[in-house]
Every structure is written in C-alpha cells, then in structure tokens.
Design a protein around this ligand. Structure first.
Ligand code: 13P
Ligand code: SF4
Length: 378
C-alpha cells in the first residue's frame, strides 16, 4: 500500500447524495465551490463525464494535470476527478516539502471515489518489478539500465524509478523521455504499458527485436540472455483494456466508407492499430488536433468514448466517429459522478475532507525525483 487513505466518513454520508436530482447537485456543488474559492482547484481528466467537466478548473491529459498540481501557487486543496494514480501524483507534486513550507501546510488531494483505479497501473506490482530488476541487473549491470514508468503506475513504481535514477513519462512526452533515457544508458525497462513503449520505440527507429516483452511470470521474462543483451527497450507485459477494443479492421472499414477520413488514436492502442492510423496523441493532443481541423473534415477517434462524444457535441460542423463499433469506456473514470463530487466538496467545505489520498513520505520523496526529472525534460 503506497498511499494512506482517510476513512470516507465525513459529516455528510454519501448515501444521502446518491439519488438527488442532477440540478440540485449541480447547484450545491456551485455553492460549495464558491465558499472554497480561491484555494480549491478541481482537476478533471479528459475522460470524465460532462456533468463533472462543467466544474473543472483545469481539464487535461495526465501531463497537464500533473504540471498544474506541481505549479499552481494558489492551490490549497485539490479535488481530483480522475483515477487513483493521478490523485497520488497530484499529492506527490503539490505536497513537495518546499510547497508545504511555502503554503504553511499540506494541500489535501481528494479522489471522490476510492474505487476509481486503473487496471493498467495494477499490472505492475513492486515485488514483480523488483524481481525483474534483480534479474536484469545481474545480466546487464544495473548501471546500464534506466527504469522508465508511464505515469499510469502506482506511486511505489514511480518511487522505484526515482531510486534507480529513472524517470516518469506520459503519453504526451514519451518520446522525449525515452530519448533522455537512451542517451544516458544502453537499456530501458519500460513499465507498465507495452503498447506505449513499443509504439514510441518504433518511431524512434528501434526494431521489434530490440524491444522484447518481459513476462513477469517467467524466468528472465521468457527470454534468452542474448535477446536481453541486444535489447534497447524491455517492455513490461501490461496493457489498457479500454484501448484493446480498437482493431485494425475498424480503421479499414472506415477508410472503405470514407476514403478521406482522418484516423487518430491514443498510443495505448496496439501496434496494428497505430500503424494504420494517421496520427497518435495524448488525450489533449487528440482534442487539439480535431479542434484545429477544418470544418467539413471527417475523423475517427480511437480513445475513450466520453472524450469522443464531447468533441462531437462541441464541433457539429465536423463529422466525428468513435473508432470501434461497440462503446469502450473507462469504467473506473466513470465512477466519478455528480453525487460523488457533491459529497466530496460539501464535506470539504464543512472542514471534514473525505477520501484524502496521501502518499507515504518516503515513497513520495523517491517518486518525486522521477517526476521532477520528467518535468525537466522538454
Ligand atoms: P492521457 O495522459 O493521454 O490523458 O492518458 C491517460 C490515460 O489514462 C489514457 O488511457
Ligand atoms: Fe487506466 Fe485505461 Fe482507464 Fe486510462 S483508460 S485510466 S489506462 S484503465
């Protein structure tokens, strides 16, 4: 367990919010927010529901939200509408010792639903990663490997990277971070999303043979020593279930129907999908690209459905499609709803914060090293 979680009791129980009408909840969130201004910042990931996005002080991808948590001098408390690893990251960055001293205290980071996790982050546990590291270190030499973790990982994996001169990346800066890592050492251990590592590695000119997939259930990840000696990026066997829903045949079908369509996908999609797409990007890069496109253009988008539906509504003069024939949504992001937000903000306004995510100090200190290295890469 890397974060201490306050008991979700509060002065107002969640059960009294569950069935309230949305208009009443929205009104109450507005009133509590006005009371907590200017110290409260509501951060919301691009996959959140519209009923949440309307209250976001900052909406963005993981990179933008982390940067905001690290840099906002006015921030005294954060409600994070996203998933657990994002709230942990915000806690680490907003509560660095220098920030706590300047502010005169910690900024509580609240995740409105503690069940809002990320199955990709859960695919790399610290004992598994340590076992992998020990095997790689004795084969290749510890000083020859940089651990790089996608931000979609637990705080203790980020701390592991911090301890071993490693770094964090997001979908927005993975290429720059991998460049940083590979100019320092011969090998990268890339955690936990194989697809992001592989998609970016190939764009950097690294071959498939130089990117073996590490299976944590097998000795040496399932490889011969020589395969690992030749590796540049060793990919952890993790993936995002939401992005597995997109298939190359979905792109083929759209192109048959609309030869002029633009296809943009998130780099968590499998390689066969990325190879057929026109563009890849973080969630905010996708939004920017479609917003900046010409009226009348057609787009098929391979990422979470709430983002795509919001773009459709915002840009009626463009033809926007969800890439898969069936809806693929992030069920954990979806757990954050208006009753949850209202419950969290009213308890905060009553001086009794609920669902506070607090990373243990020694984990936070190490994880922060890896995050600060990332924030310094441009
Ligand atoms: P972004 O950083 O691109 O918003 O991605 C976060 C995420 O969880 C995508 O599944
Ligand atoms: Fe995690 Fe995938 Fe949900 Fe993103 S979309 S938060 S990677 S489960």
């Amino acid at each position: 367990m890397t974060s201490k979680i306050a008991e979700p009791i509060g002065v107002f129980p969640y059960s009294s919010y569950r069935f309230l009408p949305l208009e009443e909840l929205a009104e109450r969130v507005r009133a509590a927010r006005a009371k907590l201004r200017p110290g409260l910042v509501i951060l919301a990931h691009n996959y959140q529901r519209d009923e949440i996005i309307q209250f976001a002080d900052v909406q963005g991808d993981s990179y933008q939200l982390s940067r905001h948590a690290a840099e906002d001098p006015e921030c005294r408390m954060i409600i994070f509408c996203g998933v657990h690893f994002m709230a942990e990251t915000a806690d680490i960055l907003a509560n660095r010792p220098a920030c706590v001293e300047r502010r005169g205290g910690r900024a509580p980071v609240i995740l409105p639903d503690l069940e809002a996790g990320c199955s990709l982050a859960d695919m790399a546990s610290l004992p598994q990663v340590e076992e992998c590291w020990n095997q790689l270190a004795s084969l290749l030499g510890e000083e020859e490997i940089v651990p790089v973790t996608y931000i979609n990982s637990t705080a203790d994996i980020k701390a592991f990277c911090g301890r071993h001169d490693g770094i964090v990346c997001t979908s927005a800066n993975a290429r720059a971070v991998l460049d940083w890592a590979l100019t320092r050492r011969r090998h990268v251990l890339f955690l936990p999303d194989q697809h992001l590592g592989r998609n970016i590695g190939l764009r950097m000119g690294i071959s498939m043979e130089e990117m073996p997939l590490w299976n944590p259930s097998l000795p040496l990840g399932g490889h011969e020593p020589n395969t690992l000696r030749k590796a540049r990026i060793i990919l952890w066997k993790g993936h995002c279930c939401v992005h597995q829903a997109f298939k190359p045949e979905h792109i083929d079908a759209f192109r048959r129907k609309f030869p002029d369509i633009h296809v943009v996908v998130h780099p968590e999609c499998p390689l066969e999908v990325v190879e057929k797409a026109d563009y890849i990007g973080s969630t905010s890069q996708i939004i920017k690209m479609v917003r900046e496109s010409l009226p009348g253009t057609r787009w098929a988008i391979g990422t979470e459905v709430h983002l795509v539906n919001r773009l459709k509504q915002e840009l009626p003069d463009r033809e926007i499609y969800f890439l898969a024939p069936r809806i693929s949504m992030c069920a954990t992001m979806f757990r954050i709803n208006l009753p949850r937000l209202c419950w969290a903000i009213e308890n905060l306004a009553a001086g009794c914060p609920v669902n506070v995510i607090e990373v243990a100090p020694e984990t936070a200190e190490l994880a922060n090293r890896a995050l600060e290295r990332m924030l310094a890469v441009r």
